[in-house]
Write a protein that binds this ligand. Structure first.
Ligand code: NAP
Length: 301
């Protein structure tokens, strides 16, 4: 029998735009090689968070100081996924962390290219001691269920979409997790893998499987007919197919949850590959059934 996720009480909107929380930057560090260009500059940022309770899988809102140079209006709120465990990085429930990559965009109307995104660059440039306002937490769908302890979990991430899994894994292992968890993580280069040392430190756990997909390190997709990817790039969905003998038994269980966080583009490929694995198990619409049963969780943009 399928077991949809059991919800727990989740607090939301403890701080809103009308009553934001003033936060101090306690720590900021680059997670990717400094040799990489600015669009690969991802930072781990630890903020003070007195009074803010949250769960990994929720997001905080950031209100950068100052005014938008283009519009002249006060900066708008942007949401960032929490990347810390429930107790925060210092274990005292007084901090919240996030991970941010510098964003650049092209203005099709003016033809201007590589325009720095306001909030991501603000956060990446901030220094210890800087202060700004945050809101939150928000989001109820992407957290771990109350009864995660024995479920198998398949965490799929691209880029900064890794944020929620960092905190979830810490919480799970601290709370005696007994299921099997797969972390399948796609980034461009070996030296842009976020939090790699932390995930490596779990490798001696028999119930943790860590699989990376590096799209720009020269490894080609060996299954372009089964799992097509542009220019035969190595993407997370290719890895899922490649490791189907290991992942398949977990997908077959009626209480397994699949989480996807990161780029919107990965969603289609991941569903297709889950259905392909389902077909081998005589269940071609496996992803549809998992969705209908609330066992397919998505946080993609
Ligand atoms: P990125 O570096 O642009 O991409 C990460 C990896 O995904 C790269 O290897 C990329 O390959 C690959 N990829 C691209 N298209 C794919 C597809 N269709 N299927 C599978 N893999 C694909 O990622 P990023 O700049 O960190 O952006 C992450 C996204 O996650 C953003 O859109 C962000 O809004 C979203 N997000 C972030 C958070 C957060 O907390 N920060 C939470 C939820 C969602 P190539 O570049 O080589 O093609």
């Amino acid at each position: 029998m399928a077991q949809p996720a059991t919800q727990r009480e989740i607090l939301c909107n403890l701080f809103k735009s009308t009553n934001p929380l003033r936060t101090d930057v306690l720590e900021t560090r680059r997670l990717t090689s400094p040799r990489r260009p600015p669009n690969n500059d991802a930072r781990h940022i630890v903020l003070s968070s007195p009074g803010l309770s949250y769960l990994p899988g929720q997001s905080i809102g950031v209100l950068p100081e100052g005014f938008d140079a283009r519009s002249g209006k006060p900066q708008q709120l942007r949401l960032y996924s929490v990347s810390s465990a429930t107790k925060g990085d210092y274990g005292d429930s007084k901090t919240v962390s996030t991970v941010v990559v510098r964003h650049f965009w092209d203005n099709e109307e003016t033809g201007e290219t590589s325009i720095p995104g306001v909030c991501s660059n603000y956060l990446c440039d901030c220094e210890v001691g800087d202060r700004f306002q945050i809101t939150g937490p928000v989001g109820k769908r992407f957290v771990l269920p109350a009864d995660f302890h024995q479920r198998d979990l398949i965490f799929v991430a691209t880029g900064t979409g890794i944020a929620p899994y960092r905190g979830m894994l810490e919480d799970m292992f601290a709370q005696g997790y007994e299921g099997k968890v797969f972390l399948i993580f796609g980034v461009q280069y070996a030296d842009t893998i976020l939090y790699d040392d932390e995930f490596q430190s779990y490798q001696d756990r028999p119930n943790f499987r860590y699989i990376t997909a590096l799209s720009r390190e020269g490894e080609r997709n060996p299954f372009p007919d089964d799992v097509p990817t542009p220019r035969e790039k190595m993407y997370v969905q290719v890895r899922i197919w490649q490791h189907r003998e290991e992942i398949g038994p977990s997908l077959e269980k009626p209480d397994t949850l699949v989480y996807q966080c990161g780029l919107k583009g990965m969603e289609k490929g991941v569903f297709q590959v889950i259905d392909k694995i389902g077909t081998e198990m005589a269940e071609p619409d496996l992803s549809l059934r998992m969705k209908a049963e609330g066992r397919m969780l998505l946080e993609v943009y």
